[in-house]
Design a protein around this ligand. Structure first.
Ligand code: NDP
Length: 240
């Protein structure tokens, strides 16, 4: 990946952090962006990545980020939130936050970086979707809708950009050992009074997973889809 610039949203922790480490190890110039400066500083210090504080739900932040980073060969749309609620307790603000973070951000980022990719006749976009992008579940209607939408964006852009050297793919992990999953286990444990390990077991059983995935497993798949030798476009690869 030498000579290539990779922009990773949500690179301050979890899957994005693991992807930043993998791409930096592969020789790319890595640029990470999220809202929490202290996390970006830590990952940057440990990997040599550059960083910018950016809220990917704000078009002005995304445009400023794209201007600052310049042309990129790799875009990893990873920033996301995984809040859950029953329909009756979901207001429009909740719905919009999930959509803006998980789906609209990927549109905004792609719109900012694709023109330079097309001009260079080279680019790789990797969208971090989820198994919830292929099947829904109780209480995750907003999250599952956003990830289904992200897969629709992926396959449509893959077709649109197929003749321009730009490949667009997605990864669809089950449950991964990240701060997001740990927070969700804690939240459900508190809400239901069940012990956290029982809550985690029920998460894993719902996916048919025997254990949590390590973020590095997802990062490896992201790296493969970001590499020059990638031969897929429009793929949505399940990781369980
Ligand atoms: P974490 O919560 O651990 O990390 C999420 C990252 O996204 C953080 O860096 C966070 O930074 C960033 N982010 C969230 N909102 C914004 C925003 N508005 N602007 C900029 N950055 C933002 O989650 P994971 O690493 O687990 O998740 C990463 C991706 O993987 C998500 O898209 C998630 O849906 C997906 N995924 C996760 C799975 C899991 O089991 N963990 C399973 C399948 C998919 P900050 O809050 O500082 O802005």
């Amino acid at each position: 990946m030498k000579g290539q610039t990779a922009l990773i949203t949500g690179g301050g922790r979890g899957i994005g952090e693991a992807a930043a480490r993998a791409l930096a190890r592969a020789g790319a110039r890595v640029f990470i962006a999220s809202r929490t400066r202290s996390e970006l500083e830590r990952v940057a210090a440990e990997t040599g990545a550059e960083f910018a504080v950016c809220d990917v739900t704000l078009p002005s932040d995304v445009e400023a980020l794209a201007r600052r980073v310049g042309p990129v060969q790799v875009l990893v749309n990873n920033a996301g939130v995984a809040e859950s609620a029953p329909l009756a307790r979901m207001d429009l603000e909740f719905w919009r936050k999930v959509m803006d973070t998980n789906l609209t951000s990927a549109f905004l980022l792609a719109r900012s970086v694709v023109p330079a990719m097309v001009a260079a006749r080279y680019g790789r976009i990797v969208n971090v979707a989820s198994i919830a992008g292929k099947r829904g579940g109780a209480y995750i209607s907003a999250y599952a809708a956003s990830k289904h939408g992200l897969l629709g964006l992926t396959s449509s852009l893959a077709m649109e950009l197929a003749g321009h050297g730009v490949l667009v793919n997605a990864v669809c992990p089950g449950y991964v050992d990240t701060p997001m999953t740990r927070r969700n286990v804690e939240r459900i444990a508190q809400a239901t009074g069940k012990p956290p390990d029982q809550v985690l077991r029920s998460f894993l059983d719902s996916m048919g997973q025997s254990r949590l995935l390590e973020p590095e497993v997802v990062a490896k798949a992201i790296l493969e889809l970001a590499a020059p030798e990638c031969a897929h476009t429009g793929a949505a690869i399940d990781l369980l």
